[in-house]
Structures are given as structure tokens and as C-alpha cells.
Design a protein around this ligand. Structure first.
Ligand SMILES: [Cu+2]
Length: 185
């Protein structure tokens, strides 16, 4: 009695597992693809055409410097002082060739990342990019980035404006000093 049922079970698995495998492989590939962020839209024309923002500001920017090939992360606070919601579309920096807007989220106790493609800052409010939440992913540095460096960054918004500011580069191993960032000015 035991043998035939075991055999049937493995035979069942042979057919169904084979059928499932390609689907799983495809999903897995898509997920990695999304994480790598190669689907980020190209906003270079919008960056070039944007005018300086008047009611949107970006402050307290810093970069968590992680040695390549691992990506570094950029954190900052976006403030919308206007009367309409604004969307952050993209970031750009002469220091990095590949910048993406990401969001860290929790799935079954594991920290994962995804592209953040609808980042809205409501009127008269701020949105903080911080470890464990929204962040800018910085890859392919154009030259070596050292702790203590100050790099330029530009933020593009959907009202055809942009903000250019400076970010302090900090060591990845150092404490995040989140309190300090609010007392920089
Ligand atoms: Cu990321």
C-alpha cells in the first residue's frame, strides 16, 4: 500500500513541479530586474528643461557611503511649501551615473526594496527619506567618493521644477547621527 502511493506522489510532483518551475523562474527574474532598477524612466530632457523650484525645498541631504560595487544611499527631507501636491520624479548627480528612487519595505520580516514611482509630497508638509524607508540609490560613481566629500544633487518634480543642493558623504559604518542632521543649519 505504501509503495504505490509514494510513487504516485513523486510522479505527480514530476509533472506539476516541472510545470511550475518556469513560472517561478520568470517571477524571480522579474523581481531581480525590478530591484536592479533598469526600468527607471529617462528624465534627462525634463531635468534640462526644469526651472528652479520656488515653494519646494530639499534639506539635510547626506549620502551613506558604501564601497562599490554595492550601491550607496542618499537621504534628505523634501518640503512642499506650495498649495498643491508635488511628485518627486527623479534625482540626478554629477557624482553618480545611475540614480534611482527606492522604497524599503518589510515582507515577512525581511527588508526588501522596490522602485518608488509615485512619491507625493502634500501641500505644506515634508517627506523624509531615511534608512528603512524612501531613499535614493546611488550607483556607478563617476569618480571615487570619500567620506567627508560634499556632492551635488538635483531633484526633479512633476510641476516642471527642480532643486539643486549639496549632500554630505558619511562613512557607512558610522552612526547615522539622525539627530545631527536636523541641526545642520
Ligand atoms: Cu535601494
Amino acid at each position: 500500500m505504501r509503495k504505490p502511493s509514494l510513487f504516485r506522489l513523486s510522479a505527480l510532483c514530476l509533472t506539476s513541479c516541472l510545470a511550475i518551475t518556469p513560472v517561478w523562474a520568470h517571477e524571480h527574474h522579474d523581481h531581480q530586474h525590478e530591484q536592479a532598477g533598469h526600468q527607471a524612466p529617462d528624465y534627462s530632457r525634463e531635468f534640462a528643461a526644469a526651472r528652479p523650484a520656488e515653494t519646494t525645498t530639499v534639506d539635510y541631504c547626506w549620502v551613506r557611503n558604501i564601497p562599490t560595487p554595492a550601491p550607496s544611499a542618499g537621504y534628505f527631507v523634501v518640503h512642499n511649501g506650495g498649495e498643491k501636491p508635488v511628485r518627486l520624479l527623479a534625482v540626478q548627480s554629477p557624482q553618480y551615473d545611475d540614480l534611482m528612487l527606492h522604497q524599503t519595505y518589510d515582507e515577512d520580516g525581511m527588508a526588501k526594496m522596490k522602485m518608488a514611482d509615485d512619491i507625493v509630497i502634500e501641500p505644506n508638509s515634508s517627506l523624509e527619506f531615511k534608512p528603512g524607508g524612501y531613499h535614493a540609490m546611488l550607483e556607478q560613481p563617476t569618480s571615487k567618493v570619500a567620506d567627508g566629500d560634499v556632492i551635488e544633487m538635483t531633484w526633479l518634480f512633476d510641476d516642471k521644477t527642480s532643486v539643486t543642493g549639496q549632500c554630505e558623504v558619511r562613512a557607512a559604518s558610522g552612526r547615522q547621527k539622525s539627530d545631527d542632521t536636523t541641526h545642520q543649519h
